[in-house]
Structures are given as C-alpha cells and as structure tokens.
Design a protein around this ligand. Structure first.
Ligand SMILES: [Zn+2]
Length: 176
C-alpha cells in the first residue's frame, strides 16, 4: 500500500476513509463539503508556517520526541503518534524503516531515507499538536451522518483529522 501522503488528494481521501471504522456506514450527505473543509484546514495551517523548520517548531513548543527502537508489527503498522497529555511524539523506527520507507513510490525516491521521512512524521504529529492545543480537532468541527439499520446517527469521523494532517504535510513539503 502506498503511504497516504504520497497519494493525490482523491486517492488519499478514499484511502483514509477506508481505514475509518465507520467507512461502510458513512452517509454521502454533505460528505464532500466536510472532506473539503478538512483538506483546506491542513493546507491553510501549513501555509502559515511552511517557511519554518519542523524540528525548530517542535522545540519551541516543548514537544518531546521519543524513538521506539523495538516495536515491530507488520500487521498493525503504526509509524508515529502524538500523546497530547504528555506532549510527546513517538516514532516507531522499525516500522518506518521496514514498512514505510520501502513503500514510497519511485517518483518520490528523494524521501526514501529514514532521516528524511522522520520529518514527515514529525510534521504530521505537529499538526495533531496544533489541533489539540490551538485550533481544535478537525474531526470535531463537523459531525458526519452514519446509517445503522433504519437509524441515522451523528458521529465524529476520525479520518477527518488524518486527512487534514496529510494535507498539512503535503503542503508543508510540496509533495505534489
Ligand atoms: Zn495522524
């Protein structure tokens, strides 16, 4: 599977929606508008700071960065995460090296390097930091409708935050 950040907008959005637990139940109602809102949010936030260095930004925000050298799980490949309570980004080095780096497409060969892709993960998680500390979670701005049998319910779509974070990274590094 191609990492979302190297897909184009439409492919990226559909891949992220498929990862979401509500994928099969999402109502089409207003979905496109909501997806556009998430995408634009990522782009807009990146434009404000893309002239800066991500490691500098993380340092200024006092975010801890930890590298997990041990965990390796090809079945559930998590590459990084952000813990807002601890203000900590964790990088899962083995998953990044063994799963993420080899799946970078040929036309983005520049990124096929551990130290370089680490910046992509730091930037992605920095967006989640912005969400929790400054701008609010993208997935909480608009709820989506899901259908369960005869019922229509409103739910947070976690994929919205991911779509916004990927758009943020793409704009930050001009990965087009
Ligand atoms: Zn994320």
């Amino acid at each position: 599977m191609i990492p979302s950040v190297f897909l184009d907008k439409q492919q990226l959005i559909s891949q992220e929606l498929k990862f979401d637990i509500y994928y099969n139940r999402i109502s089409e109602l207003n979905l496109n508008d909501i997806l556009e809102m998430a995408w634009d949010r990522g782009i807009k936030e990146a434009k404000k700071i893309k002239d800066k260095n991500i490691r500098q930004l993380i340092f200024q925000e006092n975010i801890l960065v930890e590298t997990d050298e041990k965990s390796y799980n090809p079945d559930y490949a998590i590459f990084s995460d952000y813990n807002s309570g601890e203000k900590k980004i964790t990088l899962y080095k083995k998953n990044i090296q063994n799963i993420f780096v080899p799946s970078i497409p040929d036309n983005y060969i520049f990124w096929r390097d551990y130290e370089k892709v680490v910046d992509l993960f730091l930037t992605h998680e920095y967006f989640h930091h912005l969400e929790t500390k400054y701008i609010g979670l993208t997935s909480e701005i608009k709820k989506i409708q899901i259908k369960i049998g005869p019922f229509v319910l409103k739910r947070k779509l976690r994929a919205l935050s991911e779509i916004a974070a990927h758009a943020f990274v793409k704009e930050f590094y001009d990965i087009w």
